[in-house]
Design a protein around this ligand. Structure first.
Ligand code: PAF
Length: 287
């Protein structure tokens, strides 16, 4: 596996990989890799001749007081994991390679209205502008044939698909942006780089999240309105030791418009809740 740290190195390495007409998958990450990320690499390898993985802890998607400085960075370990998965090229730019002059000097921002507005977009102002802008840069830098993202960040996936559709990125087949189902621990907790922040007791309590979500989904699928099932879900989380629930909502799976009752179109249950200072998000299909 090659590693590129400058745009020049990246362009040369990608051109060499493409030399014989091979196609390329991009898997963007912020590192601190776990089994969920490795599943993305495997899915990418199944579809394309070469996988390019990026590792960049993107400062512009972190808000004031969020965990940018504390975000785990372990490039050597991550690099070995990617090599083990048959990744051809690691794009690991230094912050100056991504934002020459620093993020504050960067004048362009991509804002995807509608799907960015609610849920994490409402709780973390500017977050999805930061995600959309860096993902657009990564698409332009690597020019992949396909790109792979985890469904764990369902709203992020919707934002990226909308941006790609509107700006003709991955020219212009939005179906080449592949969502890969969430990988879960044996007890149901969705894998996340942030799970490592949880204390042992919070880690145990965190299993209430997927359990209570499944209970809410069963009630809604049995014909109950969303509101009482979501209220019970919220009570279960607070009762288990979560300090707050940022949102617990049912929404149209594509547009993310909130729903009060299950209709014909696919729906999604989306939750963000805090435990011991860590914000956990999860989502599951309904109906
Ligand atoms: O999901 C992530 O890890 C990040 O939001 C992404 C897509 C790599 C952009 O920084």
């Amino acid at each position: 596996m090659q590693t590129a740290t400058t745009l020049d190195m990246l362009r040369k390495s990608v051109a060499a990989l493409r030399g014989d007409g091979s196609n390329i998958a991009l898997v963007p990450t912020m590192g601190a890799l776990h089994e969920g990320h490795l599943t993305l690499m495997r899915a990418a390898r199944d579809h394309c001749d070469h996988v390019v993985a990026s590792i960049f802890v993107n400062p512009t998607q972190f808000g004031e007081g969020e965990d940018l400085d504390a975000y785990p960075r372990q490039l050597a370990e991550d690099s070995a994991m990617l090599e083990g998965e048959g990744v051809s090229l690691l794009w690991a730019p230094a912050p100056e390679a991504m934002y020459p002059g620093g993020p504050k000097d960067f004048a362009t921002s991509i804002s995807v209205s509608g799907v960015s507005a609610g849920f994490c977009g409402a709780d973390r102002p500017g977050h999805f502008d930061g995600v959309a802008t860096v993902v657009c840069k990564l698409f332009n830098q690597v020019q992949p044939d396909m790109a792979f993202f985890g469904e764990k960040d369902w709203q992020q996936l919707a934002v990226i698909r909308t941006m790609a559709r509107d700006l003709d990125l991955i020219a212009p087949h939005v179906e080449r942006i592949i969502g890969v189902p969430t990988v879960r621990e044996a007890d149901g907790l969705a894998m996340s780089s942030r799970n490592r922040y949880l204390s042992d007791s919070d880690r145990t309590a965190a299993t209430t999240l997927p359990r209570a979500m499944k209970e809410a989904i069963a009630r809604i699928e049995n014909g109950e309105e969303a509101a009482p099932s979501l209220a019970a879900l919220q009570d279960a989380l607070l009762g288990a030791g979560f300090s707050s629930v940022d949102y617990a909502a049912m929404a149209d799976a594509m547009s993310l418009a909130p729903l009060t009752k299950l209709a014909d179109a696919p729906a999604r249950l989306l939750v963000a809740a805090r435990i011991g200072g860590t914000r956990l998000i999860d989502n599951m299909g309904i109906g």
